[in-house]
Design a protein around this ligand. Structure first.
Ligand code: ZN
Ligand code: ZN
Length: 231
């Protein structure tokens, strides 16, 4: 059975945000597409933005003080309206058709940057208990479209979430790092590889840091992070 199913609020040929008719089979009308919150200036390491940045191209203060296990973060959008609503609808309301839209925007953003490409893509895994509850992993669903657009292999089997953790957003900031430490285990398949982690949102960066750390321990030579949106 296909996991793709018709959902209330989704009409082919209409804008996924405002339901206006859209010519040419696009997902968003031109007005809604214009309203997407792009990132202007961000830390190259963690994609933090908004705060006072150092010299152009230099990492933010937090990354200089305590460098994360990943080398680069690319975020297509800021986590702000209307992208926050699209992600929440995908993640919590079963609107799986939004994974294509978000994945294709992320891939188009990455293509526009012209970075050299990694060897493989790894979506942030969900713990088996969370996966059973939600029925799908939104990061994997987004990553499928990124992998397809960039013609890269997708590895969703060799990195696992071995420890169930409380949702990061429910914890105070100072407990988020400890919450995800040791939560992931990566197999030997990543030895010698350059890996891109794909996730829907990066907030503190601790989840991506914990996964990047386990990938590097298993031999990945470089880990970067690709997210739809950076909070
Ligand atoms: Zn619209
Ligand atoms: Zn940073």
């Amino acid at each position: 059975m296909s996991i793709w199913k018709w959902q209330p609020g989704y009409w082919p040929g209409s804008c996924l945000l405002c339901a206006a008719r859209v010519p040419g089979g696009r997902d968003l009308c031109p007005e809604c597409e214009q309203s997407l919150p792009c990132v202007k200036q961000a830390c190259p390491r963690c994609a933090a933005h908004g705060a006072v940045m150092g010299a152009e191209g230099a990492p933010c203060g937090a990354c200089q003080k305590d460098p994360p296990a990943f080398a680069i973060t690319r975020a297509a959008f800021r986590y702000a309206a209307p992208v926050d609503r699209l992600i929440q609808n995908l993640k919590y309301h079963g609107r799986l058709e939004l994974s294509r839209l978000l994945g294709e925007y992320l891939a188009a953003y990455l293509q526009s940057l012209g970075d050299s490409l990694p060897d493989t893509i790894v979506p942030v895994p969900l713990h088996a208990s969370r996966l059973r509850e939600r029925g799908y992993n939104q990061s994997l669903e987004i990553a499928r479209f990124v992998a397809r657009a960039l013609e890269l292999p997708l590895n969703w089997k060799d990195a696992r979430r071995v420890r169930a953790t409380a949702p990061q957003k429910e914890l105070p900031r100072d407990r988020r790092r400890g919450n995800v430490r040791g939560a992931f285990a990566a197999g030997p398949a990543f030895a010698g590889q350059r890996v891109a982690i794909v996730d829907d949102v990066m907030t503190s960066g601790h989840t991506a840091d914990a996964l990047a750390d386990s990938l590097r321990r298993s031999g990945a030579v470089e880990v970067r992070v690709w997210v739809v949106a950076r909070a």
